[in-house]
Design a binder for this molecule. Structure first.
Ligand code: CA
Length: 240
C-alpha cells in the first residue's frame, strides 16, 4: 500500500485526543494528522466530554491524568451513556492498567508512558480497524441475524454480523461461555480459565466483566438473550 492510499483509507477517521501535556499532545497530534486522521485536541476532561457528546469520533485517545475530570471517570461516563467509541488509554500508572482496560472503566487498550510513537500508531490503526466493521472485506458469511459468532484464530467476535469491540478478558470470557453453550459454567471455572486464578476475592472482577460483556451484547440481565446468571453457581450461554 502506498502512503497516499493509506491516507485515503484513513482520512475519514476522526480522533479525539484528550491530553493536557502539550509536550505529548503536540507531537502526537502532528503525527496522527500526518497519517491522515482528523484530530481534535482537548486539554481538559470536561471539554473532552462535551466533544464526545457532540459525537462523530472514531477513536478516543485518553490520558488518565487530566486536570479536571479523571480519565477513568471519562471512560466510565461514556460507557454508561452507551457510547461504544474505541478508547485507547495513555497512562503513566502502569500498576493501574488492569483496572483501566476493560475492568471497571471499559477502555479497549492502553499504551504506557513513555511510549514509542510507532507503537501508539499501530494501536490506533488496530482499534480503528476493529471499530469500522463496514470497511472490512472479511465479514463472516451468513444472515445478518445470526446471534453470536466467534473466530478463535483472529480473536474476533460478532453479534448479528457486526464485530464486537471486546477487551482481551471479555473475549476470553465469551469464548469459554460460548464453548459451553447450554451448560452452566461455574464461577470457579471461569476464574481458572480466564484469569488463571482461583483467588476468590477477585470474583468481583468476574461480575464486572460479565456486566460489560452483557452491555456489549445488548443483553438485559433480567431477561437475557445470551448470558443467564445461575444463582450461586455461575453463568450459562443460552442456545438461540
Ligand atoms: Ca496528564
Amino acid at each position: 500500500m502506498t502512503s497516499s492510499e493509506r491516507t485515503a483509507e484513513r482520512e475519514h477517521h476522526a480522533i479525539l485526543l484528550a491530553e493536557d501535556d502539550p509536550a505529548i499532545s503536540d507531537p502526537l497530534a502532528r503525527a496522527l494528522r500526518r497519517e491522515g486522521y482528523t484530530v481534535e485536541v482537548t486539554a481538559a476532561g470536561a471539554d473532552a466530554l462535551s466533544s464526545l457528546d457532540r459525537g462523530g469520533f472514531d477513536l478516543l485517545v485518553l490520558d488518565l491524568g487530566l486536570p479536571d475530570v479523571d480519565g477513568l471517570e471519562i471512560c466510565r461516563r461514556i460507557r454508561q451513556d452507551g457510547d461504544n467509541v474505541p478508547v485507547l488509554v495513555l497512562t503513566a500508572r502502569a500498576d493501574e492498567v488492569d483496572t483501566v482496560v476493560g475492568l471497571d472503566a471499559g477502555a479497549d487498550d492502553y499504551v504506557a508512558k513513555p511510549f514509542r510513537l510507532a507503537e501508539l500508531l499501530a494501536r490506533v490503526r488496530a482499534l480503528l480497524r476493529r471499530g469500522t466493521p463496514d470497511a472490512r472485506t472479511d465479514q463472516p458469511a451468513g444472515s445478518p441475524n445470526e446471534g453470536v459468532r466467534i473466530d478463535i484464530e483472529s480473536r474476533q467476535a460478532f453479534l448479528d454480523g457486526a464485530e464486537l469491540h471486546l477487551t482481551a478478558k471479555e473475549f476470553d470470557l465469551l469464548r469459554v461461555l460460548f464453548r459451553e453453550v447450554g451448560r452452566v459454567v461455574t464461577r470457579d471455572q471461569l476464574m481458572r480459565e480466564v484469569w488463571e486464578t482461583t483467588w476468590w476475592s477477585s470474583t468481583k472482577t468476574l461480575d464486572m466483566h460479565i456486566s460489560w460483556l452483557r452491555r456489549k451484547l445488548g443483553d438485559d440481565a433480567s431477561q437475557p438473550r445470551f448470558i443467564t446468571t445461575v444463582r450461586g453457581v455461575g453463568f450459562r450461554f443460552e442456545r438461540e
